[in-house]
Design a protein around this ligand. Sequence first.
Ligand code: HEM
Ligand SMILES: *[C@@H]1O[C@H](CO)[C@@H](O)[C@H](O)[C@H]1NC(C)=O
Ligand SMILES: *[C@@H]1O[C@H](CO)[C@@H](O)[C@H](O)[C@H]1NC(C)=O
Ligand SMILES: *[C@@H]1O[C@H](CO)[C@@H](O)[C@H](O)[C@H]1NC(C)=O
Ligand SMILES: *[C@@H]1O[C@H](CO)[C@@H](O)[C@H](O)[C@H]1NC(C)=O
Ligand SMILES: *[C@@H]1O[C@H](CO)[C@@H](O)[C@H](O)[C@H]1NC(C)=O
Ligand SMILES: *[C@@H]1O[C@H](CO)[C@@H](O)[C@H](O)[C@H]1NC(C)=O
Ligand SMILES: *[C@@H]1O[C@H](CO)[C@@H](O)[C@H](O)[C@H]1NC(C)=O
Ligand SMILES: *[C@@H]1O[C@H](CO)[C@@H](O)[C@H](O)[C@H]1NC(C)=O
Ligand SMILES: CC(=O)N[C@H]1CO[C@H](CO)[C@@H](O)[C@@H]1O
Length: 534
Amino acid sequence: MAFKHGFLLLSSVLSALAIVGNGYVWPSPLDRMESIMFQQSGVLREGFVDNINPCSFGSRVDGRQNAAEWVRTAFHDMATHNAQAGTGGLDGSIMFETERPENLGAAFNNSLSFFNNFHTTRSSISDLIALGTYSAVRNCNGPRIPIRVGRVDATEAGPEGVPEPQDDLTSIVTQFASMGFSQQDMIQMIACGHTLGGVHGNDFPDMVGNSSAVAFEHFDTTFDNFDSTVVTEYLKDTTENLLVRGPSETNSDLRVFSSDGNKTMEAMADNTTFLTTCASIFERMINTVPKTVTLTEPLSPLAVKPVSPTLLLNNDGTITFAGWIRVGLTGRTDRNLTVAMPYATADGATGSDNVITTTQETASGGGGSGLGGDFTYSAYRFSAKLTGGISQFNVTVKPASADVELHDNEGHGFPYRDDVIIQAPQSCRNSTQADGRGNFNLTVVAAVKDSLLATPTYLQVIEKVPRQGVIVPSLVQRDVEMQIFQNTSFGYTLLAGTYLLPSVSASTEFKVVNGDSQDDFRSTAALSDICAPF
Ligand code: HEM
Ligand SMILES: *[C@@H]1O[C@H](CO)[C@@H](O)[C@H](O)[C@H]1NC(C)=O
Ligand SMILES: *[C@@H]1O[C@H](CO)[C@@H](O)[C@H](O)[C@H]1NC(C)=O
Ligand SMILES: *[C@@H]1O[C@H](CO)[C@@H](O)[C@H](O)[C@H]1NC(C)=O
Ligand SMILES: *[C@@H]1O[C@H](CO)[C@@H](O)[C@H](O)[C@H]1NC(C)=O
Ligand SMILES: *[C@@H]1O[C@H](CO)[C@@H](O)[C@H](O)[C@H]1NC(C)=O
Ligand SMILES: *[C@@H]1O[C@H](CO)[C@@H](O)[C@H](O)[C@H]1NC(C)=O
Ligand SMILES: *[C@@H]1O[C@H](CO)[C@@H](O)[C@H](O)[C@H]1NC(C)=O
Ligand SMILES: *[C@@H]1O[C@H](CO)[C@@H](O)[C@H](O)[C@H]1NC(C)=O
Ligand SMILES: CC(=O)N[C@H]1CO[C@H](CO)[C@@H](O)[C@@H]1O
C-alpha cells in the first residue's frame, strides 16, 4: 500500500464507543472531552475555562463578554436545524457562516478561535461548542447541563435561518417550530440566553444609538450572573434590555416574552425555577443535532484515570513508565490516600515486585477540579523503571482509614503495551523555520519491538489545513512510513520519520502505528528543538 505522504480525511472516531455503566473503558475516544470537561482548574488543568473566567471576562477590556459569546454561538449554530428533515443543528456549520447578516458580530470567530486550540480528532468543534455552553453557564453560577458528545462537524455552510430582532412574532415562532421547539420552549430559550451579555453598538448601532464597539448595553443588571434577573426586570418593567425597550422595529424580546400573556416569563421569575428550566432547554438546544449523529450517554468523570502516561526506552534497556493517576474525591471523606499500580510485564507476569508506587503531586495543592464543584480530584505522579516491560496495570487506592479499593477499568485492567514507544527525547520539532517558508521540521523517533519490524510503521501526523473564510483549519491525517534509524541490543529498533509541518500546524497531535500496536495521541508542542542521541 502506497501510504507514504498519502492522506485521508478524518471521519468521526467517536461512533465506536465502549460505554459501561456510569463510566467507560479506558482508553477511549471520550478521554479527551472528559479531561477538558473535568480538569478545569488545579494540577493537570486543560485551560478550557481561561477565556470565560471570571464570567464577565472580556467585558471590561473590549466591551465583549466571552461567556455570553460562547452561549450565543451555540444558539446560532443550532438555529438552522430542520427538525423535519433531520438536517443541521449543532454541527459547527457556524464556522462557514460568520459573514451572514443574521450572524452579526465578533462573537463567532472569537469563540471559534478559542475552541480551535482544543480541536483534535477526538474533540470536534461542535462538541466543543456544546461544552462551551456548559462551561459558560456553569462558570457564571448557572446550572449543570449534562454533556453528551459525538457531534460531527459540518464541512460546509448550512441554510440560512437564524431569527433576527426585526422579525415579526409569527416568523420567529415558525423558525423555532422548524428547529423543533414550541412557543414556550422559544420563550424559555431566549430568556435563558439573554441573562448573559447584551447588545453591541458596532453590531446594532440603531438599537444602541451609538456605533462604538465598546458601547455594550446589557440585557439585565446582572449580566455576569446566570440568574432570573432578565425575567424579573422585564416583569417589573424596569428592564434596560434593548430587545424590549429599544426601537419597536427591533424589540423581538418584547414580542416573544409577551406572546403568551407573560405566562412563561412569570413561571421563570423564581431563580430556582429559572435554573432548572434553563438547564433543560439548553440541554435540548445543544443536543439538537443532525439525524445522522448519535450522541453518547452524558459524560461523567472516571473515578480513576491515567493521565498522560508515557513510556521511554532507556539506553540501558530499561523502560521508564511515567505519568499521573487522577483519583476522584467526590464522595470521599478520607482523602489521605496511598495510590499504587500493580502491573503485568510484557509477558504477563504479575506479583508483589511488579507494583509501581505513586506520590501525590505537589503543584497546585496536588489536586484540581471541574467547574462549580462538579468534580474534584487528587493527582498522583509516578515514574518507574521497568525491566520486563508492561502490558497492563490496575490502580489500588488505600484510604488511611478504610480498606484498599481495586480499580481495574471495569474488569479489563488498564491496557498499556510497550510494543511501540515514542521516544520523546530523540524526537524534536524545530521551532525555527526549517526551509525559509515558515514550515517546522518534525522528527519523530520510535522504539519498535524487533518482532514487529516485518510490518511497516507509520508516523501519523494531523496537519491543520487552513480553509478560506473559515477560522478553524480542517484536520487532515498525513501518514509517513518510518525508516530504521538505529539498532539496539534490547529487542527494539529505533525508527524515524520526518514531516514538514506548516506553521499553523506547529502544535498538533501525532501517533506512531504498527499494525495493531500504537503509541497514541501525543502533542508536537511537548517536543524540544533538538533531537537528543539515544
Ligand atoms: C428571536 C430570537 C433571538 C434574537 C432576535 C436575538 C437577538 C440578539 C441580539 C440582537 C443580540 C446582540 C448581539 C450583538 O450585539 O452582538 C443578542 C445577543 C445574545 N443572544 Fe440572542 N437573540 C435571540 C435568541 C437567543 C437565544 C435562543 C439565545 C440562547 C442561547 C441567545 C443568546 C444570546 C446571548 C448570550 C447574547 C449576548 C452575546 C454577547 O453579549 O456578546 N439569543 N441576541
Ligand atoms: C458611545 O459609547 C462610548 C463607549 O461607551 C462612549 O464613550 C461615547 O460617549 C458614546 N457616544 C455617545 C454619542 O453616546
Ligand atoms: C407583560 O409584561 C410586560 C412587561 O412588564 C408588560 O408591558 C405587558 O403589558 C405584559 N403583558 C401582559 C399581557 O400582561
Ligand atoms: C436571583 O438571584 C440574584 C443573584 O444571584 C438576586 O440578585 C435576585 O434577587 C434573585 N431573584 C429572585 C427573584 O430571587
Ligand atoms: C487487573 O484486574 C483485572 C480484573 O480484575 C485482572 O484480570 C488483572 O489480572 C489485573 N492485573 C494486574 C496487573 O493485577
Ligand atoms: C496518612 O495516613 C498514613 C497512614 O496510612 C499516616 O502515616 C499519615 O500520618 C497520614 N497523614 C495525614 C496527613 O493524616
Ligand atoms: C528535517 O529533519 C530531518 C532529520 O533531522 C533532516 O533529515 C531533514 O533534512 C530536515 N528537513 C528540513 C527541510 O530541514
Ligand atoms: C471569520 O474568520 C474568517 C477566517 O479568517 C474570515 O474569513 C471571516 O471574514 C471572519 N468573519 C468575521 C465576521 O469577521
Ligand atoms: C540494524 O541491523 C540490521 C540487521 O541486523 C542491519 O541490516 C542494519 O543495517 C542495521 N541498521 C543500522 C541503522 O545500524
Ligand atoms: C535551530 C535548531 O534547533 N535546529 C536543529 C533542528 O533539529 C535538528 C535535528 O535534531 C538539529 O540538527 C538542528 O540543530
